[in-house]
Design a protein around this ligand. Structure first.
Ligand SMILES: [Fe+2]
Ligand SMILES: [Fe+2]
Length: 356
């Protein structure tokens, strides 16, 4: 069956055409050559991988709980409207929520692919163009793996409105740093926290591997955004930085709201108001919504957009406490987790092959 025929929403558009108006910059100096950015470029080149070789696509998802996640991963798990459903319907809601969530990962990855290629054209510095070129390849691979994973669900969902709205803002903006800020810092920072949940909690080996290997690459992408913006923002005026801070606070709120999944509950015929009210009030969902900011807040502090506007915004979101998270330690952990999982899966496969 063609991929577009898997859509849960009949008649969903097959493409999205967004007019662009920005300046593309050639650099004849081939400068600057910042060692940390070039180091990241070297890592980007040497750490490429082939999804067909590295992942065993013969593995299947579970029929009832595709990613084999714990019950609490469904944000309305304890809501009365969900609890009242017969077991069979509960299973279906869980399956659809996982397909919806994986669809958003796929759409976010295509957004990252488009944004990384926009950065290659827009950014004035050659070292940043070099690195962004490796990210384009990484993001193509991420689109590839989430598409393959989603095909195994047999059902897909369109892009959620909050993600679409932020992507549209970022892509329509002609300033190169806004692409970084929206994509590398906000969308990717939040995605990393969401991927981590699947990597660490999914018992399904295919889903865990896809998320771990994608995270291994994403750690470099967020580092790229931080290194580039950290050099750039001190050069801006206070008014220009204020404007970025305002955008940042709004973008964070928008991205947090995307996890409310309002259109999904409506599609499944569940009472949207009750579902959203529940997931805002429930301790487990609220903790997850807060954890989503673990990586964004320290990255924002690091790039120097740390004025009163941003701090107040993060305080309102209840996430200011993450300001002192050691983001480099988290990134090292992402690399180690991918290596460990790969070694474990290779061992399991070798034992199974020896037993045949
Ligand atoms: Fe990605
Ligand atoms: Fe990325």
């Amino acid at each position: 069956m063609a991929f577009c025929d898997l859509s849960a929403v009949p008649g969903a558009p097959a493409s999205w055409a967004l007019p662009q108006d920005f300046t593309c910059v050639f650099n004849w100096e081939f400068a600057p050559e910042r060692s940390r950015l070039l180091g990241l470029y070297e890592r980007g080149k040497t750490m490429q991988w082939n999804a067909n070789d590295r992942i065993d696509w013969g593995q299947e998802l579970d029929a009832e709980n595709p990613l084999q996640l714990p019950p609490g991963a469904l944000p309305i798990n304890a809501a009365p409207c969900y609890q009242r459903l017969p077991a069979r319907e509960q299973m279906e809601v869980r399956r659809q929520h996982q397909a919806w969530s994986t669809s958003q990962f796929l759409h976010g990855e295509q957004g990252a692919l488009i944004c990384a290629s926009k950065i290659v054209q827009q950014v004035p510095d050659m070292d940043a163009k070099f690195y962004a070129a490796t990210q384009v390849m990484d993001e193509a691979r991420h689109v590839e793996v989430y598409k393959k994973l989603l095909e195994k669900f047999g059902v897909t969902y369109p892009m959620t409105p909050p993600l679409r709205s932020l992507l549209e803002q970022v892509l329509r903006d002609s300033r190169w740093d806004m692409t970084y800020l929206g994509m590398q810092i906000v969308i990717e920072g939040l995605a990393l926290a969401a991927f981590a949940r699947i990597r660490d909690e999914a018992q399904n080996p295919l889903a865990a591997a896809v998320n771990a290997y994608v995270m291994e690459d994403e750690a470099r992408h967020v580092a790229f955004g931080r290194l580039s913006l950290r050099d750039y923002y001190p050069q801006l005026t206070a008014a220009e930085r204020d404007e970025r801070e305002e955008f940042l606070v709004e973008a964070c709120a928008l991205m947090r709201d995307r996890f409310d999944a309002m259109e999904l509950w409506a599609h499944l015929g569940l009472p949207v108001g009750e579902c959203v009210e529940h997931l805002h009030a429930s301790g487990a969902s609220a903790a997850f919504r807060t954890r989503l900011f673990t990586r964004i807040v320290p990255a924002v502090k690091d790039i120097g957009l740390w004025g009163e506007r941003v701090q107040r915004g993060f305080e309102r979101l209840g996430v200011l406490e993450f300001a002192n998270v050691d983001i480099e330690a988290l990134q090292e952990n992402d690399l180690a987790a991918a290596r460990d999982l790969e070694a474990r899966q290779r061992y399991v496969r070798s034992v199974a092959a020896a037993a045949e």
